[in-house]
Ligand binder design. Structure first.
Ligand code: ATP
Ligand code: MG
Length: 795
């Protein structure tokens, strides 16, 4: 008879079908953009359910964003109906929150832990840096935060780091102290930061194998999308979940710290099956610790793994694909794979160069309207940029041109001060141990509680050995004046009342509306809303609206999670990522950064700001492999487009209050000229804009220090005049961009190249500007480089 999943397989090509039906322990699907990787994952889940090979509760699927998780769930439910309930389809972070909620009590946290977003942890680190006077040693909060984050992604903790740190370096010693203090502060606050969510789950699994076994038994099928962007901690988490099940492992002995394991039980089930899909060419999160080796070494980590390649692209036209293939072909050290499609060449890519970013934005807005008249819905159009600050000019013009748009970047809303205040009130109720939240609301709105009182509360709490939050209940013992005592008591009363509403001491389940009502109660009784209403600041009107919006979010949450508590609500809010916008996407053009665009697709895509220093971004120049990662980001952008692709740039760009001359991105040179129709090329702009650029130069010279990023020469590169090689192109870059001058190189020297990584100089030939280094790179192999302009440094 027919397989129950027959119709699921009908819409797939042969390799896709193979990936859906393969039933071994480990499966790797590597394929270029738009080849159906995500679709294969979805169908694979549906097929397992349809064939009754798995219960929904035995499935764990990991996506990169909550939005992608929601879409995958919907698709699966659409394919198999109601029987899909109970699957875990979520991001790494959300899955770990769920696990930690159940298990936190195993290692010194409680179920009501809160999650510190990067702003929260920055605030905490700032305080610690101040306490340790660490800035004297060159340690900044931002630097410390990113180092701690990197270490956690590598599963290092303060102790393991201390063992390999240089003990004679005072800055290192302080850093180790900061790291340790930070971790202790988090634990005291009953909180995890983002990186901890994953690292601590791995820690939990490793320290308590019997706990890990529960999840190993439960999840029989684990599937991970966008595997190329997993970091080491995420890799380790998956590895823990797919290990053999130990059988009847015993509890660790409480005192000795020793564990006893029995041999695997004869009836222990097989390890879970693992399916990962990814595209090394779309790895764009190395800066956050993503490790492409997780893909390239998959077969080593999972011996006997099956590998399936997909090459047919179902998303884009051939012109768009050819451009993408040509660009990514410039990255060395990759497996060549060619995407093809049978939908035909399609329209040419459109290029446009504006005089300024406003000119560029106007072009985008006009073109959006033209496409719209041509029958493409606004919601099927997207505008991408490399950095958030680029959205300003676009927004201005879009507003003026009445183009409906929305910015993808849900986190922006949650970064607003009034929203953070409101959430801090909720945290003070949900997790009173979170002292930072309680401190935050002490004097918001202003109620006369200043630093002196704050210190008095902290001192009293320390003396009595109670939590900061609990000290509020004893206002009269703080030794402060009667007016302030009353203010403290009033705040305490509001918190107590809201707690009773949201987390009744009777143990009864609070009604679903409790979060929204509790929020209103907190903001109302605390005087927060009144303070905004009485304010003369026009901004405060908008703040009130935002708080209304937050209440609406809480109501929506209650509808979707009738049993969700305030603790669940806070976790959901903390995990909103850039791709998870609040608004409904229908009827508006989506604006987002290239990083956010991953995995998405649109009929028409505008890739803006295609300029040197933006893409590739200037910060990438100093990072090993940076320019290559930028090229992948550009590739991700191009491959989002189904039918229409626009590449635009501006000749001048105002940034950080300065106008500077922009240069076309090197990536434009990598796209075959016949694929692009230039409405206005950089060459056109240069010949017509001569006076303008002279005027600009004059202004820059007058303005003094280095506002021109390329010196005074405006060197446009008409894209139709394509140089034959990147070397020739490099020669046309004004010397100021990269001039190693007479860097003395000798055979035997070690160098680092931006693209090729580290290597050893074999020989140096030629003289002056024509000096050539013959270098054997550790991974990229032998290369010849023009010493003067190569992006190298001596090690
Ligand atoms: P990315 O690398 O960008 O994440 P992907 O490999 O995950 O892309 P999908 O998003 O799964 O690709 O698929 C791209 C588009 O092609 C989707 O619209 C999908 O529905 C469609 N598609 C994939 N496979 C097929 C197929 N066999 N028949 C028809 N359409 C398909
Ligand atoms: Mg995908």
């Amino acid at each position: 008879g027919a397989r129950p999943d027959e119709d699921l397989l009908a819409g797939l090509n042969p390799p896709q079908r193979e990936a859906v039906t393969y039933r071994g322990r480990a499966l790797l699907i590597v394929a270029g953009a738009g080849s159906g990787k995500t679709r294969v994952l979805t169908h694979r889940i549906a097929s397992l359910l349809r064939n009754r090979e798995a219960w929904p509760s035995q499935i764990l699927a990991i996506t990169f964003t909550n939005k992608a998780a929601g879409e995958m769930r919907e698709r699966v439910e659409h394919l198999v109906g109601d029987s899909a309930r109970g699957m875990w389809i979520s991001t790494f972070h959300s899955a770990c929150v769920r696990i930690l909620r159940r298990e936190a009590e195993q290692f010194g946290f409680t179920k009501s832990f809160t999650i510190y977003d990067s702003g929260d942890s920055r605030a905490l680190i700032k305080r610690l840096v101040k306490e340790h006077e660490a800035d004297a040693f060159g340690l900044t909060p931002a630097g410390v935060q990113s180092r701690i984050s990197k270490l956690k992604n590598e599963l290092a903790d303060a102790e393991s780091y201390a063992r390999q740190a240089n003990p004679n370096d005072p800055a290192e010693r302080i850093f180790v102290e900061l790291f340790g203090d930070y971790q202790r502060a988090l634990q005291r606050a009953n909180a995890f930061d983002f990186d901890d969510l994953i690292a601590q789950t791995v820690y939990l699994f490793r320290a308590f194998p019997h706990v890990a076994d529960v999840y190993r038994r439960r999840f029989r099928h684990i599937l991970v999308d966008e595997y190329q962007d997993t970091n080491h901690a995420q890799y380790a988490l998956i590895h823990e979940l797919t290990r053999p099940i130990a059988g009847e492992a015993r509890q660790p002995y409480a005192d000795s710290g020793m564990m006893i394991f029995d041999a695997p039980a004869a009836d222990a089930p097989e390890p879970a099956s693992l399916t990962v899909v990814g595209d090394s060419d779309q790895s764009i999160y190395a800066f956050r610790g993503a490790d492409i080796r997780n893909i390239t070494e998959f077969e080593r980590d999972y011996p006997g793994a099956k590998v399936v390649l997909l090459e047919q692209n179902y998303r884009s036209t051939q012109n768009i694909l050819s451009a993408a293939n040509a660009v990514i072909g410039n990255n060395f050290d990759r497996k060549d794979k060619k995407l093809w499609t049978d939908v035909g060449a399609g329209e040419k890519i459109v290029g446009f160069t504006g005089y300024s970013q406003h000119d560029e934005a106007q072009f985008v807005a006009d073109e959006v309207e033209a496409l719209r008249r041509g029958g493409i819905d606004y919601s099927q159009m997207a505008v991408f940029y490399r950095t958030n600050s680029q959205s300003r000019a676009l927004e201005e013009i879009f507003i003026r041109s009445a183009v409906p748009y929305r910015i993808m970047g849900g986190t922006k809303f949650y970064e607003r001060a009034e929203i953070k205040d409101a959430l801090a009130y909720l945290v003070a109720v949900a997790n009173p141990a979170d002292e930072m939240a309680v401190r935050r609301i002490l004097n918001r709105p202003r109620r006369g509680i200043g630093d002196v009182t704050e210190t008095a509360i902290a001192r009293y709490a320390a003396e009595e050995g109670i939590a900061f939050r609990d000290a509020l209940a004893n206002a009269s013992a703080l030794g402060v004046g009667p007016r302030i005592q009353a203010a403290v008591a009033q705040l305490d009363a509001v918190l107590v009342e809201a707690t009773e509403l949201m987390l009744p001491s009777s143990g009864e389940l609070a009604p679903p509306s409790a979060v929204a009502e509790g929020l209103q109660l907190l903001l109302g009784r605390s005087g927060y809303l009144d303070a905004l209403r009485m304010s003369k600041d026009a901004q405060d009107e908008a703040r009130l609206e935002n708080l209304d919006e937050l209440v609406a979010v809480a109501r929506e949450f209650a509808r979707n999670n009738p049993e969700g508590t305030v603790i669940d609500f806070l976790a959901e809010v903390a995990l909103v990522s850039d791709a998870d916008d609040l608004e409904d996407s229908s009827g508006s053009v989506s604006l987002m950064t290239l990083h956010t665009a991953k995995g998405l697709e649109y009929d028409a895509v505008f890739l803006t700001g295609v300029e040197e220093d933006l893409i590739p971004h200037r910060i990438s120049a100093g990072e090993p492999g940076g320019p290559q990662e930028e090229r992948r980001l550009f590739y991700v952008g191009i491959t989002r487009a189904r039918k229409r692709l626009y590449l635009s740039l501006a000749m001048t760009r105002a940034q950080f209050g300065e106008v500077s001359v922009a240069m076309p991105s090197r990536f434009l040179q990598e796209i075959p000229g016949d694929l692009v129709h230039w409405r206005q090329s950089p060459g056109d702009v240069n010949s017509r804009g001569g006076t303008q650029s002279r005027a600009l130069n004059a202004r820059r010279t007058g303005g003094g220090s280095g506002s021109g990023r390329y010196g005074d020469d405006l060197v446009p590169l008409p894209p139709r005049d394509r140089p034959g090689s990147i070397e020739k192109f490099a020669n046309r870059i004004p010397a100021k961009v990269r001039d190693n001058g007479d860097m003395a190189l000798a055979p035997g020297d070690r160098i680092r190249h931006d693209d090729f990584g580290e290597g050893r100089v074999d020989a140096v030939t030629g003289e002056g500007a024509k000096r050539v280094a013959h270098v054997r790179f550790d991974t990229a192999g032998p290369k010849k480089l023009l010493v003067k302009i190569a992006p190298i440094e001596r090690l």
